[in-house]
Design a protein around this ligand. Structure first.
Ligand SMILES: [Zn+2]
Ligand SMILES: [Zn+2]
Length: 362
């Protein structure tokens, strides 16, 4: 086979177009991945609606597949594990340029703006195959590939790639969560559920705020000791009061915002204790939200956040998840074949799946 297919974004709210591409020759240090699963991210749905999203584009920045070809000279993955053709791998969504200020001086490779962004940038120049919704992805040198220990660890790797890697990164930026900390997680979508798991692994006492009730059940089975249903506690005031009551009036040690809701940041600052931490993850850049900065100065709150993650974060998240019981069938609830990618995006847009996937075995 010399050709492969990918669903291509060709304009806002138009069905993705299934197009044929040549399977590329793999140069030194490069890789070719035959995709197994790609996460359908909420941000894909936003990009699909957005008239400013560049075309053509192949979505898919949360990816797991089989390393089908490995270019000359590449023997190790991004964390020093030997890799060879046939291995299952997950990979980060940025191939950093290694020349800009962010790369050279700051060494924040995952934040490089000049590099190639897989699943998030135009696909009309080499590498053409740069999104996991397609059957193949062409990896340039510098993409953080992480080998998966075996086929049975694919679900863990997938969840790491979708959410937990970003939480590992965010919690590290916040200088950690301590055992016994009360951690409020706002939101029970993919990122919120990852936040619950990762905060539990740090020893946190997690209170999750979200809806609907089946997601709150899932939140509890992932380790939340308490859940607050926003369909019952409808106002910010009620939710802030509830957290105050659950922390004996002291406030939460840590609040992680993973909901994107319009009042969530402001609520979070009211929920955090004096000297506590507020961690923001992901975020919808098309929305402006208000919060009261006086709370930050009054309480000396440590505010930080990220939407990025490094290969090391991905690896650590994969390791973390290997040892915990996760009901994956209740998390990866919707799977779509590549040819139904548009339907997958619409379904995620309607918040039907807990996590929706492009399943390339279908
Ligand atoms: Zn995403
Ligand atoms: Zn760079």
């Amino acid at each position: 086979m010399t050709k492969c297919r990918a669903p291509v974004f060709v304009g806002a709210e138009k069905p993705l177009e299934i197009r044929e591409f040549d399977i590329p020759e793999v140069g030194p240090g490069e890789g070719l991945v035959r995709m197994v699963f790609a996460g359908i991210c909420g941000s894909d749905a936003r990009e699909w609606h957005n008239p400013e999203t560049e075309t053509p584009m192949i979505f898919g920045h949360e990816n797991v597949g089989v390393l089908e070809k490995l270019g000359e000279g590449k023997k190790y993955d991004a964390v020093g594990q030997e890799i060879s053709e046939g291995d299952y791998v997950a990979f980060c969504s940025v191939a950093p340029c290694m020349n800009c200020y962010t790369c050279v001086v700051l060494k924040e490779f995952s934040q490089c703006e000049r590099g190639i962004k897989y699943g998030l940038s135009r696909c009309d120049s080499r590498p053409y195959l740069r999104g996991g919704y397609g059957e193949y992805v062409h990896l340039m040198p510098g993409v953080g590939i992480v080998r998966i220990q075996g086929k049975e660890h694919i679900p863990q790797a997938l969840l790491a790639a979708i959410g937990n890697k970003t939480l590992v990164h965010a919690i590290q930026r916040a200088n950690g969560i301590s055992a016994g900390d009360t951690v409020v997680v706002q939101g029970t979508g993919p990122i919120g559920l990852s936040a619950i798991v990762q905060a539990r692994l740090c020893g946190g006492r997690v209170i999750a705020i979200g809806a609907p009730s089946h997601r709150l059940d899932l939140a509890r089975s992932l380790g939340a000791v308490k859940t607050l249903n926003i369909e019952e506690l409808k106002t910010p005031k009620e939710r802030v009061r509830a957290i105050s009551d659950l922390t004996d009036g002291k406030g939460a040690d840590v609040v992680i915002e993973a909901s994107g809701a319009s009042t969530a940041c402001d609520e979070a600052l009211q929920m955090v204790r004096i000297g506590g931490k507020f961690i923001l993850v992901g975020m919808d850049m098309t929305k402006r939200r208000t919060m009261d900065p006086f709370q930050v100065t009054r309480k000396g709150i440590h505010v930080t956040g990220t939407y990025a993650a490094s290969p090391t974060d991905l690896y650590k998240a994969m390791l973390d998840l290997r040892d915990v019981e996760i009901p994956f069938d209740r998390i990866f609830t919707h799977k779509f074949p590549m040819v139904e990618a548009t339907e997958g995006i619409l379904s995620v847009d309607r918040l039907e799946p807990v996590i929706g996937l492009i399943d390339h075995s279908r």
